[in-house]
Design a protein around this ligand. Sequence first.
Ligand code: ZN
Length: 224
Amino acid sequence: MTVVWATDEADYFDWSEPLAAGRIVQDDRIAPRVGWSAVVRKGQVLTIVDVGGNQSGDFLCYSAADTVERYSVPDTLAAQRNAYLVEGSVLMSNEGNPLMTIVGNEIDRQDTIGGACSKESNTLRYGHHTLFHHACRENFLREGAKHGLGPRDLVSNINWFMNVPVEADGTLGIVDGMSAPGKRVALRAEMDVLAVISNCPQVNNPCNDFNPTPLRAIITEADA
Ligand SMILES: [Zn+2]
């Protein structure tokens, strides 16, 4: 296996427009393997762009007013009665409130079952030599620390642009993505939310096509 490190950011251009109309209030490029966070105000839309293609954007969100209220996989899946996130899916909190709604989506489905990578799980799955590979859990901890969050605040997450098929017998896989350069997903905040992204550094399985590439996060606000 040849690992191609996407160290030359200039290799990846992105001319995507946000997936929602309105004024751009924030537009950030997220370098390969690093984290990002921002508060998205109620009514604003966060568009995440898979700049290089097949790049997992691990994602958590919290109520900005009280981060004890946070994204909940079981509440979200139970509410929509489906294993995949698609356009129209509502990201539910552990208190049963809508955090964000998917208002635009350019791949068939998005994953919220596969979980995030960590140094610990890497060593179990891929061998002790991977112990020093940077992982999503470290990105979440580093970004979360900027907002007073710690290890106990990390919960099961969403993996934008990652392909985790649920087979007919219930088997889960992590396989080559369905995404491609420039594919987008857009989330409207239903309350003020703290959004945290880990641009996944994983190179031991196909979730990033063995080639971590940039993401982009654009926040728009409807014109008054
Ligand atoms: Zn990861």
